[in-house]
Design a protein around this ligand. Sequence first.
Ligand code: HEC
Length: 452
Amino acid sequence: MNSTVKTIVPVLIATLSSVAAWGFPFGPPRGFTSAPGDKPGVACAQCHGGSPLNGGGGSVRLVFPSGLTYTAGQVQNISVVINDAVAATYGFQISARLESGPSTQQAGAFTAGQNQKVLCSNNAVQPPEGCADTGIQWLEHTQPSLSNTIAAQWMPPTGSSGNVHFYVSANAANGDNSSRGDHIYAADYVLTPAASSTANVPTVTSVTNAASGAATAEAGSWITITGTKFASAATTWDNFMVGNVYPTTLAGVTVAIDGRPAPISFVNPTQINALVPATSTLGNVTVVVSSAAGSSVPATAVLAPASPGVLTFPQNQGRYIAAAVLDSSTSFEYLAPAGLLGSAAQSRPAKAGDTIVLFGTGFGPTTTPLNPEIAATVAYPLAHTGGDISTPLAQVTIGGQAAQLLFCGIVNPGIYQINAILPAGLSAGDQPVKVTLLSGSSVTQTVFIPVQ
Ligand code: HEC
């Protein structure tokens, strides 16, 4: 036996015995969030392989009940939401630190829920008298969760503790009880002490389908939220994508729908455009808008299996459906009267036999569900949920005549597309477009396309 092997064996045994002491799979060792002093940029990917940190195409998010604020003495029931297309089980670790000392100063205190424990910096479960040393705590699972939404209870610090930084890491695991083939995500948040005045707290006036203005929306579809005291300035998500994951905090504003964080594409003082997160809840769900000043009184959105609306060009009070007409298989013009959209956007009326492309939101379930949190360009047709595959995916009439349908399905998160052929025999001028979906629901907007 050569000396290398001799030294490796005791090291291996020491490692195995400390692994046993940590009690895998009954929760990881402490210190594997991305907090300073933990494992920034690595987190649980230190041991777990499958993809690099935040490289698994999903995310971990925290939903705070009072937005990004805390009030001393008011317990917070935080949701850890892990989104991943392939995970079978989920584990997490979370830590809260004071901004004044993020690697050494504990902020508030966690209470372990069912299948959870609080670890101290010596890696032992927190004793009744609290963690010694710096008092830093890590809350984590003691067995993997089957749900992607996990509750974490936290008591904020007292007095004027200043900003609190939250660090969460999560394992969207394949459930094989090994550290291989898993997706690791991490995220962090800053909570500010709630203002003693409620003067700047957001209020929500309405939540509507972003395309049709109807009161109903569909999970994964675009909505518009109106109200007051949202962001101080207009902000779009353009510079706030992390990889291909859409932001759920924009200009300090977050939206929780049915308790889940909503991707936000635009916010200004009075309007938010957001995607309804994936949820199977139907009917009334809560919508809470939060900023550093606090959280709105919950408003209500009504979720339906489908809530179809077509997108329209903003000109002429939305008279024309947002559409394109193909000039060839590789080039298109917008389908609008020539010149309507300005010189930068070439447009023309359609003629018989043209392939036209219409856009909308809320058309219902598709053969493959699309995660609304993650940018993707796909072409998943509507699903035949009714079972009868001979039912057409949609019926489109233009000027009362049925158009031949080439495609109807989702192409981007929240965006559906219909490709159809313009029927012959229509008279020149604006012709009304009607869309009825497989589900039986139809677009109720009065919209037109120009025909030449
Ligand atoms: C020091 C190495 C190490 C670290 C760090 C680590 N794990 Fe693990 N983890 C393992 C091992 C090894 C297993 C396999 C179970 C066993 O051996 O008992 C495992 C299993 C798991 C499982 C079950 C996986 C499955 O597919 O069934 C989950 C969930 C989990 N870990 C979550 C986490 C989370 C969350 C973190 C970060 C906060 C983390 N782990 C950090 C080594 C680690």
